[in-house]
Design a protein around this ligand. Sequence first.
Ligand SMILES: CC(=O)[C@@H](O)[C@H](O)COP(=O)(O)O
Ligand SMILES: NCC(=O)COP(=O)(O)O
Length: 237
Amino acid sequence: MTKLSVNINKIATLRNSRGGDVPNVVQFAKDVQRYGAEGVTVHPRPDERHIRYQDVYDLKPEIYTEFNIEGNPMPKFIDMVLEVKPTQVTLVPDGEDAITSNAGWDTVKNKTFLTEVISEFKSNGIRTSIFVDPYLNMVEGAKATGTDRIELYTETYAQQYKLGNKKAIEPYMECAGLANSLQLGINAGHDLSLENIKFFKENITGLLEVSIGHALITESLYFGIENVVQMYLHRLQ
Ligand SMILES: CC(=O)[C@@H](O)[C@H](O)COP(=O)(O)O
Ligand SMILES: NCC(=O)COP(=O)(O)O
C-alpha cells in the first residue's frame, strides 16, 4: 500500500502572502486528514519562506496520521525535529537559497555525516528517509548510512513524462529493485501529479509513500481539495 502524504508548504505560502493567518495551516492539515490523506509533510526552510518552525510545533498535536518533516539537517533543524519527534524525518540537501529542492544527497561523499544524523534520529524513535536522485550508487550509499528509507527525487521523471518519454521511469524501477533487495523502504516525491502518479505507482514495486504538494494544491484550485485527495488515493490503489 502506498500512502499519500500531503505537503502543505504552499498553504503556508498563501498564508504568509497577506501576513495574517488565512488559510490556517493547522486547520488545513486537519481537513486533508479528514478527507483521507495518510500523512502530512512540511519542509521548514531556513528562511521560513512558507512553513515556519512554530507551524511545526502547532501541527504536531493535530496530526494523527503520519507527520513527515523534511529539511537540510542543520543544527537548528535537528534540534527542532528531536523536540517534535515526528513519524518521519526526510533529509534533503537543499542550499539555503534554493528556490525548491533540486537534487538528492551524495550519499557516498556524505556517508559519515548522514550516518551520524540518521543514528541520532533513529535512537529517538524517528523513522528516517534520505532524498536521493535515482542513481544505483546513491541508493547503495543510502543503505550504508543505516537509514530506514530513501525518497526518490522524481522531478526528472515528471518532466520527461510530460514530454511523453515514459522510459524515464526506468532508472526509478532499477533503484526500487535495488532498494527492495537491500530491505530499504521506498518513498518518492517532487513534481508528482494527478497526471503522472498512476504510471509511477504501477511501475515502482514496494512504494511506501508519496509526498505531494505543489501539483496537489494547484489542482485543488480547480477540483477542490477533498476531490483531489480522493483522486490521488484512487490512483494509488
Ligand atoms: C523535498 C521536496 O522535493 C519537496 O518536499 C520540497 O519540500 C518542496 O519544497 P518547496 O515547497 O519549498 O518547493
Ligand atoms: N518530498 C516531496 C514533497 O513533499 C512535495 O514536493 P512537491 O509535490 O511540492 O514538488
